[in-house]
Write a protein that binds this ligand. Sequence first.
Ligand code: NAP
Length: 488
Amino acid sequence: MSEQRNPAIVIVGSGFGGLGMAIQLIRSGFHDFVVLEKGDDLGGTWHENTYPGCACDVPSHMYSFSFELNPGWTRMFAPQPEIKDYLRRTADKYAVGSHIRYGSRVERMEYDDDARRWNVTLADGTRYTPKAVVSGIGALHVPSFPDIPGLDSFKGRAFHSAEWDHSYDLTGKRIAVIGTGASAIQFVPKIAERAARLHLFQRTAPWIQPKPDQPIPKGVRRLLRTVPGAARAVRYGIYWALEARAVGFTVDPRLSGPMELLARRHLAQQIPDPELRRKVTPDYTIGCKRVLLSNDYYPALTRPNVDLITDGIAEVREHSVVTADGRELEVDCIIYGTGFKVVDALMEQQVVGRNGVKLQELWAEGAEAHHGVTLPGFPNFFMLLGPNTGLGHNSVVFMIEVQLQHILSCLRLLADRGGDAIEPRPDAVRTFNDRLHRRLRRAVWNEGGCDSWYLDANGVNRTLWPGFTFEYWKSSRRARPEDYVITR
Ligand code: NAP
C-alpha cells in the first residue's frame, strides 16, 4: 500500500547540492521539506566513490561551503573519507539529519497543474506531493560501461570505479583497468602496488600536471582556526589562482601555453622511457578534457608489473581480454574507470512537466535551462549543477552556492507575489543560452581537438560554464523578476 506525504519542498539527493539546499532553507527558517536520498548515507558522490586513492582534485579550502569553512583540512587535497566526514559534520551542525529519508529512490516526478503540486513517486510506491522540487542528483552518478564484444561472458570479477568491490582482494591478481580519466589516475597507483600484473587500457592520453598536495601541519591548522580571516584569505587566494586557469580555457587556448609546458615538463621528469612517453603524450590542446593532477600516476606506469596498452580492446573472453592487435591477456579482474553517463542522470528519473511534456521532449534538441537551474513548462522545478554549469577549472561547490541563491530568490519572488508557481519565460531561456553557446563555440572544449563527455551527441557542450565563475555569480545569483512567469 503506497503512502502519500506533502511537504512544501522535496530535495532529491544529499550530496553537496542537496545538503547545501537543505542548510540554506534551514538558515532561512524554513523547515517544511524532506531530502530524498537513494543511498543509505549522505554525501552523494563522496559517499559512492570509495575507490583506493579517491580524493578531491580541487584544493579543499575551496571545495567546501563558503558558509562553513573548515580550517581543519589535513591536506591541501583532502581524501574522500575526510570530505564525507566534513559533509556529515556540516549536516549535523545544521540539524539536516531529521529531514533526510534514506533508501528513497525517486522514479518519477510529474507536475499536476490543477493541484499546482508535483507528484514525486519512489521505487517503493511512496508518493510525495510537494509544491517545489530541487534536484540535487548531480551529473556524475550513472556509471558508464564500454560496449565491448564478450563483456558479459567474463567469468572473473568486474566492477566500476564508482561501485568499488572492497570485498575483493586485489593482492597478487592480474587486473585489467579500462580508462585513464580523473578516477583511474587516482586508483591505478594504489592498486599497482598490490597487483601481480596490471594492464591499463588507454584510449586517450590525459594532460597531467603535478599535484601541489601536501599535509597541512597542525600549527598551520591552528592558525587557520584562531587567526580571524585567515581561513577565508586562503580560500580567496585559491579561488583566484584557479580562476586564472579559465583564461586559457575560455578566452584563448594559446594562453594555456604555460600550463602545457608545466604538464610536458612533469611528463618528461617522471617518464624516462621515450616510447612510454610518446604513448602518454596527449595530441590535443590542454584543457579540452579535464586537466588532471597527480604525482604518482606516471611513476606507476613505469613499474615492471604495469603495462599501458593503447591498441584498444577487440573482445573480452571468459578469462581474458583480447587487444585489437590480437594479444590475449589472461586476467582475474576488470575494473572500469570509464566514467559516467552524463545526460542520463536526470533522464533516468522520469520528469514530466505541465501538459504531460517530458524532460526528454523538452531536451530533444539538447539539454538547456535558465541559468542551468529552471525550465520553461516545469513550474517550481529547480536543478543544481544543471546544463552548462559544470567547471573544468574551479570548484563546483561555488556554482552550487550561486544556484542556491538563485533558487532562494525564486522562492522569495513567489512568496512576495503570493504566487503558486514560478517558471522561466521561454524567451529569457533562449537569450541566456544563445549567449552562452556563442561563447562556447570558440572555447577550448570545442576547438581543442578532442572528444569528451562535455559534448553531447551533436558535439555541443551541454555541461560546462563558458566563462569565469564570478561572471556566473554576477549573472545568476538573483532571479530577475522579468525573466519569470508567476502563476497565482
Ligand atoms: P572520465 O573522466 O570520463 O574518464 C573515463 C575514462 O574512460 C577516459 O579515459 C575515457 O577515455 C575512458 N573510456 C570511456 N569509455 C571507454 C571505452 N568505451 N573504451 C575505452 N576507454 C573508455 O571518468 P572519471 O575518471 O570517472 O571522471 C569523471 C569526472 O568525475 C571527472 O571529469 C571529474 O569531473 C570527476 N572526478 C573528480 C574527481 C575529483 O577529484 N574531484 C575525481 C574523480 C572524478 P576517453 O578519454 O578516450 O573518452
